[in-house]
Design a binder for this molecule. Structure first.
Ligand SMILES: [Zn+2]
Length: 449
C-alpha cells in the first residue's frame, strides 16, 4: 500500500476538486450527523445543541462556543462527561499547555489513524514525492503527538523515512543526511531552524535540501531566505495547520504564501467570528477561529475556541483546489507564541503579582532578534530605583519558573533570554486615542503558526 499511488482525482483526493454545490451539501451533512452524534452520546451537549439549526446559513450560530478551560474540565482526569461509550482504550497527549499542571487531550487509536488522510493531503499538496528522502524532526515523547502520526503517514506514503524526532543531536542528523543524501526535512519550525543552523555551522554549504516542511508556528520570511540561501531549498511550506485539541484545520499547497492555508473543511467545520459580537466574519474580516472536528468521536468537540486569529480569503487558489483559503494572523490578543511555548498574558501577570513588588501595569511583547524569538515584559513599579534590580530578578524568576518549556528553550539557546523592563508608573505608552494599555504586542501581519 502506497498513499502516493492511491490518490484519486487531480489532487490528493476527490474532495479537493468538488464543485461548490456538492461541497456545501456534504459539509452540511457532516455537520448534521456530528451534531446528532454529540447530542446523543455526550449528555453535556444535549441542551447545548438545542438551538442548532440545520437550515440556517450558520447552523451553529445559536450554540455556545466551547472555551479551552471548560473543555478541559469535562475530560479525565477531572471528569468523564465528554468521553463517549465508556471507552478507556485511548491515547493521552499533551495539548499545548506548557504551564505548571499538564493539559491533556484524548485520541482513540482509530482517530490517530484517521489523521493519515489530512497528513497525506497536506504533504502531497506541498510537493512530497516518493523519490524524497525525509528527515522527520517532529516532536515525540513527553506526550507529544505530531511525530507519531506524521511518521505513520510517511511510512505509508512511498518515500524514504528517517524518524529522527526532535531529540536527535544535529551532528547525527547531519551525518546521516550526508550518507543517505537526505533532500527533505520536516518538523516544528524552531527545531528545524536550530538543527539546520547547527548542521550548517559545522560544515557550511555541505547539506543541500530541496524541501523543508514546517509546522507548529510560522517561519518568518527572513528565516525562509536564510534557509534558501544556506541549503538551496526550493520548497518551504507548512503541510498542516491544526491543534491537538481539535484536528488538522488547514494545509498549504505549492501556491500558498506564508500564513495562507486551504481549509480541511471535510474534516472540520470551521468558523471565523468576531469575538465581541459573536457574528460570523465576512471574507477579509479578521476574527477568532472556532473548530468542530467531525472525526473526534471519543470526546465530541463542538465550536472549540482555537485561540488563533484568522480571516477567510475571497479569491480561489491558483492551484485549482476548491477547498477555500484562509489566512492565519497569529494568536488571539492575549497569547504570544515564543519558540515552542504559548505564553498567555494572565500567566505573566500572575507571575508579576507573585514577586510581591509595588508593581502596576504589565505589558508583554514578542521580539524577533537574530532569527530567534525573545519575550520582553514591561512592568510599571513604584519605589526607589536602588531596589529595582532585586525586583527585576524576582519577577524574572517567577515568570521562568512557571514556564518549563520557555526556560528549556532559553537554556538550549533556541529562544533568547527573557528581557524584563521596569518602568515608572504610567510610563508604558497607552493608546493615544483610547488611553488603553496594549497588554500584548506582536508585529502586525506576524502570525505564529
Ligand atoms: Zn492551492
Amino acid at each position: 500500500m502506497c498513499l502516493y499511488h492511491h490518490r484519486s482525482g487531480p489532487f490528493y483526493d476527490k474532495w479537493e476538486a468538488l464543485g461548490e454545490e456538492k461541497r456545501k451539501k456534504i459539509i452540511s451533512g457532516n455537520l448534521d450527523e456530528y451534531v446528532r452524534f454529540a447530542a446523543r452520546s455526550a449528555p453535556f451537549y444535549k441542551k447545548r445543541l438545542a438551538d442548532y439549526d440545520r437550515n440556517s446559513r450558520f447552523p451553529l450560530a445559536g450554540v455556545p462556543v466551547l472555551a479551552p478551560a471548560r473543555f478541559r474540565a469535562l475530560l479525565p482526569p477531572l471528569s468523564r462527561a465528554l468521553v463517549t461509550g465508556g471507552e478507556t482504550a485511548y491515547n493521552v497527549f499533551q495539548s499545548g499547555g506548557t504551564t505548571g499542571s499538564p493539559k491533556t487531550t484524548l485520541f482513540s487509536n482509530a482517530e490517530l489513524e484517521q489523521l493519515t488522510l489530512p497528513n497525506a493531503r497536506g504533504f502531497y499538496a506541498c510537493g512530497l514525492d516518493p523519490s524524497d528522502r525525509v528527515a522527520d524532526l517532529f516532536a515525540v515523547g513527553g506526550l507529544y503527538m505530531t511525530f507519531l502520526h506524521v511518521n505513520r503517514m510517511l511510512q505509508q506514503y512511498g518515500c524514504m523515512n528517517f524518524p529522527f524526532s526532535n531529540h536527535t543531536p544535529s551532528d547525527f542528523v547531519g551525518a546521516v543526511a550526508k550518507l543517505f543524501k537526505i533532500n527533505c526535512v520536516a518538523g516544528i519550525s524552531s527545531v528545524v531552524l536550530s538543527a539546520l543552523r547547527n548542521i550548517d555551522a559545522a560544515r557550511p554549504g555541505a547539506l543541500k535540501l530541496k524541501k523543508i516542511y514546517y509546522g507548529g508556528e510560522h517561519l518568518y520570511e527572513s528565516d525562509k531566505d536564510e534557509l534558501r540561501g544556506k541549503f538551496g531549498a526550493g520548497i518551504i511550506l507548512a503541510p498542516g495547520y491544526g491543534t491537538v485539541d481539535t484536528w488538522y484545520i488547514g494545509y498549504q499547497c505549492l501556491q500558498c504564501p506564508t500564513g495562507i492555508f486551504h481549509a480541511h473543511d471535510d474534516q472540520c467545520y470551521i468558523e471565523i467570528m468576531d469575538k465581541e459580537t459573536g457574528k460570523h466574519c465576512a471574507s477579509g474580516e479578521t476574527g477568532m477561529l472556532y473548530a468542530t472536528p467531525f472525526l473526534r468521536r471519543l470526546t465530541p468537540i463542538v465550536r472549540y475556541g482555537v485561540g488563533d486569529r484568522a480571516r477567510w480569503l475571497k479569491d480561489k487558489c491558483a492551484c485549482g483546489r476548491t477547498t477555500p483559503l484562509f489566512e492565519l494572523q497569529g494568536r488571539g490578543d492575549d497569547i504570544l507564541r515564543i519558540g515552542f511555548d504559548s505564553v498567555d498574558y494572565g500567566c505573566v501577570q500572575a507571575a508579576v503579582a507573585r514577586a510581591k513588588g509595588p508593581t502596576g501595569a504589565v505589558q508583554m511583547e514578542k521580539k524577533r532578534e537574530k532569527g530567534k524569538d525573545r519575550l520582553v515584559v514591561r512592568v510599571e513599579a513604584d519605589g526607589a530605583v536602588s531596589r529595582r534590580g532585586e525586583l527585576r530578578a524576582a519577577i524574572e524568576r517567577e515568570i521562568v519558573r512557571d514556564r518549563p518549556t520557555l526556560s528549556k528553550s532559553i537554556a538550549e539557546h533556541t529562544v533568547l533570554p527573557l528581557r524584563l523592563e521596569l518602568l515608572g508608573r504610567g510610563e508604558i505608552p497607552r493608546n493615544p486615542r483610547t488611553g488603553k494599555l496594549s497588554r500584548v504586542i506582536q508585529q502586525v501581519g506576524e502570525g505564529n503558526r
